[in-house]
Each structure stands twice: as C-alpha cells, then as structure tokens.
Design a protein around this ligand. Structure first.
Ligand code: NAD
Length: 283
C-alpha cells in the first residue's frame, strides 16, 4: 500500500477545494504552527508540513521559540491564535522542552482549531464516536486500511503500542468499524501469538523490525507506523519501520517505511485544516 501515492492524490484533490474556499471567503484556510527548540526531526516535520500547505494554497504562519521558552509565552500565543478569526488550525509540534507541560499547552488550544486532534474534547468525541477533528496519523492509517478492506465487521485487529497519539486512537477507530480489537504494549505477554491472530495488524511501537515475518498471519493487512532513524558507521541514515518488511511476503497488503503512513499523516493534517476552516466559516 503506497501511502505516498494515496497522499499525493488526496493533496491534489484538496487544491480545488482550497481555491474555492479562498475565492468565496476572501482569505485562505490558515494553519499556525508553533515550534519550540531546535530538535532536528521536529524542524524537518514542520518544514514538510508547511511545504505541503503551500502546495495546495493553505496559508501557514510559523511561530518559533527557542528551547528556553516558558509555558506562559506559549499559552499567550495560543490564546492569541484562538482569538484570531483568520487562523483556522493550530499545531504545536511535539515534543516540547521539559519545562513545559505539553498537556497544559495542548488543552489550551480551541478544540475547533485543534487540527492534531489531541485536545481532550476531540479525544472524547473520538471515543464516543461523535465526530470532531481526528488525530492525523490514526486517520491516515484508517484511510490506508479502507483502500484494501471492504468490510471491517468482525475482523480481528491487533494494535501494537498504546500511545495517546497513535495506538489508542487507532484502536478506537477500528472498534468504531466493528473490529474485535486487542491493544498491546511493551508489557504484553505472548505478543507474537497475539499478533498472529490479526486480520489487521497496526504497529506503532518505535522498535525497528519488532514484528518478524512469522508474527504475521498469511493474508493479514499490516500498517507499519514506526519511524526509526538508524545512523550507520559511515554517517548515512536509514529510516526503518517497526515491521521487518522484507520478511513479510505473505501479507495481504503492507505499508512501506518510508512512503507509507508518514505522507498520509501530513495529508490528513491538510484535510483537518480545510475541515476546520470550513466549520469556522459557515457561508
Ligand atoms: P510512544 O513511544 O509514545 O509509544 C510506543 C508504544 O509502543 C508504547 O505503548 C509501548 O508500550 C509500545 N512498545 C514499545 N516497544 C514495544 C515492544 N517491544 N513490544 C510491544 N510494545 C512496545 O510512540 P508513538 O508516539 O506512538 O510512536 C510509535 C512509532 O510511530 C514511533 O516510531 C514514531 O516515530 C512513529 N510515528 C509515526 C508517525 C507517522 O506519521 N508515520 C506518527 C507518529 C508516530
């Protein structure tokens, strides 16, 4: 399953929608990105997100702060962005420096502008199946699955990893589609045997090559969310997933890393920004 190809199609289809919105409203859908510190991976992610926004005509505004920035400064900028009617989405790039309480910062974002879907109101809506802005990576995983699964009802789904940003929301979305869901984590016993029961296996552990070929049932659909940077002795960097891709010849479908879930995450951020802009500009 090529996430890169699906994301390119999604992004292309957004262009006309954004142009239509901008012509009607007199302003473009706008995403504010808050970046604190100089973590190289965060800087790369932010650059990619902003480049994709520009490609479809979404305006982005960047607010950068150095690593010593206080929580108060961030809360003040979020209050300003919440109050600005021409800002439709707010994204705070994680992780934040240790002196800042990430939960407090994310909770301060207006849920209507919470394009990452991390605010407790949106988390609550997701768990009760009542709409709201969905977190981008889980949304991307579901779109990839929908491209190959005709009927989710009754399928055994196993999720490896229980983080708030990937594992738990993916599990809730699969449950919403009537799968029988098992959520596993670092302390789960007998993980290979549990994985082998899966018709749908979503892996978000951050452990390169964790899922071996013999953990995967023939015909299973495998979504590899993992992004693990491996630096070789010669300084080159390889990006590895959580699944030993080369061992999984027998899956019904599998996402590669890179080029799988990653591009879909960004495409879903754009989708959420346009959705948020439309909801805040009802004409
Ligand atoms: P996290 O560290 O917050 O959570 C990892 C989860 O995996 C935990 O619940 C932990 O218990 C579990 N886990 C770790 N090692 C395990 C093991 N050996 N066996 C079973 N369970 C294990 O991580 P996260 O933020 O959910 O991210 C997970 C991975 O997904 C990372 O590699 C991250 O870079 C990647 N990621 C990718 C995208 C994307 O857009 N493709 C987005 C978010 C995260």
């Amino acid at each position: 399953m090529s996430g890169a190809a699906m994301a390119a199609t999604l992004v292309a289809s957004l262009e006309a929608e954004v142009a239509h919105f901008s012509a009607r409203q007199g302003f473009a859908p706008t995403l504010a990105v808050v970046l604190v510190g100089s973590d190289p991976a965060s800087a790369i992610y932010v650059r990619r997100k902003i480049a994709q926004c520009a490609k479809v005509g979404i305006r982005s505004i960047e607010h950068r702060f150095d690593a010593t920035c206080t929580e108060r400064v961030l809360l003040d900028i979020i209050a300003d962005l919440n109050a600005d009617p021409q800002v439709h989405g707010i994204l705070v790039q994680l992780p934040l420096p240790a002196q800042i309480d990430s939960h407090k910062v994310l909770d301060a974002i207006d849920p209507a502008k919470d394009v990452d879907g991390f605010h407790p109101v949106n988390v609550g809506r997701l768990s009760s199946g009542t709409g709201g802005l969905l977190p981008c990576t889980p949304m991307g995983c579901m779109m990839l699955l929908e491209s190959v699964v005709a009927d989710f009802k009754g399928l055994q789904a196993v999720v490896i990893g229980k983080s708030n940003i990937v594992g738990k929301p993916v599990a809730l979305l699969l449950l919403e589609r009537e799968c029988t869901v098992t959520v596993t984590h670092i302390h789960t016993r007998g993980l290979p045997d549990i994985a082998r029961t899966a018709d749908i296996l979503v892996v978000a552990a951050g452990s390169p090559g964790l899922v071996r070929g013999d953990w995967v049932k023939p015909g299973a659909i495998v979504i590899d969310v993992g992004i693990n940077r491996q630096v070789h002795d010669d300084g080159t960097v390889a990006i590895l997933g959580d699944v030993a891709f080369e061992q999984v010849h027998h899956a019904g479908a599998i996402t590669p890393v890179p080029g799988g879930v990653g591009p879909m995450t960004i495409a879903c951020l754009l989708l959420n920004t346009v959705k948020a802009a439309k909801q805040q500009s009802p004409v």
